[in-house]
Structures are given as structure tokens and as C-alpha cells.
Write a protein that binds this ligand. Sequence first.
Ligand SMILES: [Zn+2]
Length: 302
Amino acid sequence: MAKYVPDITTNRWVIFAEGRTKRPVDTDKSKSANVNEICVFCPGFERIPGEEIYRVGEGRAYERGWKVRVIKNKYPITDFHEVIIHSPDDKLDIDRLPLDQVKLIMRVYRERFNANKDLGHSIIFNNVGEVAGASIRHPHSQLVVVPKQINLDTLPLEAVVNTVVDNKNFVVFCPNFSQWPFELWIAPKRRGEFFGQITDEESDDLAYVLQNALKRLIKHLSGAGHYHPGMPMVSFKDGPAYNYYVHHGKDWYIRIIPRLVHRAGFELGTGLSVNTIDPVDAAEALKEEDIGQTLEEKILNG
Ligand SMILES: [Zn+2]
């Protein structure tokens, strides 16, 4: 059971979730590769990781044939904690999966958001890479429900400026209030709704812009790195490392945060963020990045 402890003077809360320490970690590079040969999120091991809640695709519960699979987290942060396994593929994540698969994942996000929405605040998030907090490599997202009476310290949707990509229903941009280098926000054009209210068409459009944004980010920050004034040679040295989350409240958005820097003493002591990359430059660089789109794709999707 999760335990919620308030700080009366600031109205902030801490969650104590002791069971989390028992969870297996397979992103630890110091271990030899064959220590964790079995991936419990891969097809064939459906009975091992936790109770199956939902699936898209073929097959019965706990059997193969699924395309996206949702299970209970065995090591939950709160009392309702789900794992959304992106596909049977152990390596490919949102940026490299076929677009149709990403569309299925977005439909599952919506389905699970709506299934949990009356239980509390539903937060959907994805951690990629060890520095971003991932403990199992097989691409997956998570959904955690926090009781409604707990205050969450979250940002409202920022003003849309510094556009990187846009299509019929969404715009991807680098807000002027960017706390992290190269953070990207995805805003729906139909504003003031909860995430669970997106239509099928919007859900498909979201799959496209999310994939497109991640492709740009990863392409730009991988390899030898790029020179940016104020932050020479930024790169994902050990592979992509980022978080994104779907804002749980009204006027939803998605915020993608690449993990290029660590928060240090000054930031922890003041609550102020130091960002060495101007979001205007970040947007320009990401917009220019060549992700191998055809002209037709560019015209179709903005
Ligand atoms: Zn796997």
C-alpha cells in the first residue's frame, strides 16, 4: 500500500512506496548482458510479470498474439499502477515503430485514461534510458492514479511559440518557459479538454506528431553531438534518454524532456531551473533536422 504524507505548511505531498525497491532492473549496464536474458515483457512470458488488464490484437489473456498489452505493475507507486507494453518488439520504441503501431498505443492510452479517470488523477508517462528512470528496457509506458485530494505540482499548458512541427490537430513547440534543454511540448488545437476526450482522428494525428517529435529529438541529439552556444556538444551519449508525460488535467498537453543534464545543488536549493539552450534556437535546430520525410509526408502533415 502506498502511504501519502503531507507537508501541512506547503500543502505538498510525498508518496512512500516501499515495495518499489524490490523491482527488477535490467537497464544496469554494469551487469553482464546474459544475467537478464529473459525479458518478461516479451511474447512467451505473458504469465510472469503481472495481472493482464487489457490487450489489443489477437490471442487470449496471458497468451501470445497481442499488439499492445496492459498489465498491473507488480511494484506499484500507488494502488493503481499499470504498465502499457508498446509492442511485442523488445527494441523498437515510439520513434522507430511503424506509425500504425504508434496509433494503437495512443488508442490504448486513451482507453486506459478513461478507464481510470474516476479513480483519481491519471498520469501517463514514459521513461526511456537509465538516467530517465527506466528499469526495464522493453519499451513501455506507465499509468499511475493519484487520489484526487492530493495536490499535484504541475504546469499549465504554455503559450504556443517556436513551432517545430504541426498538423491538422496538433502543434509541437519549444515554450519560452523551457526548464530543460530541448524540451518539447505537444498541444492539441482543440483546447480545454481532458486527454481522454480526443477523437479517433486526433488520436491518429497525435501518434504522428509524437513520433515525428521524438525522431527529430533523437536524430539531433544522437551520434557525435551538435554544437550549441552555451552547451557545446550536446548528445545522448549512452543512447536516447528522455521522459514524456500526458498532463492529467483539463487543457491537456504532452511534455517531452530529454535528459541531457542533471539537476544540481543550486536548482535543488532554489527550485529555479537553469537552461543553457535558448528555446528559440532549440526549435530552429529541431525543425531543420532531416528525419528522412518524403515531400508528400511534409505536405500532408505540415
Ligand atoms: Zn522484451
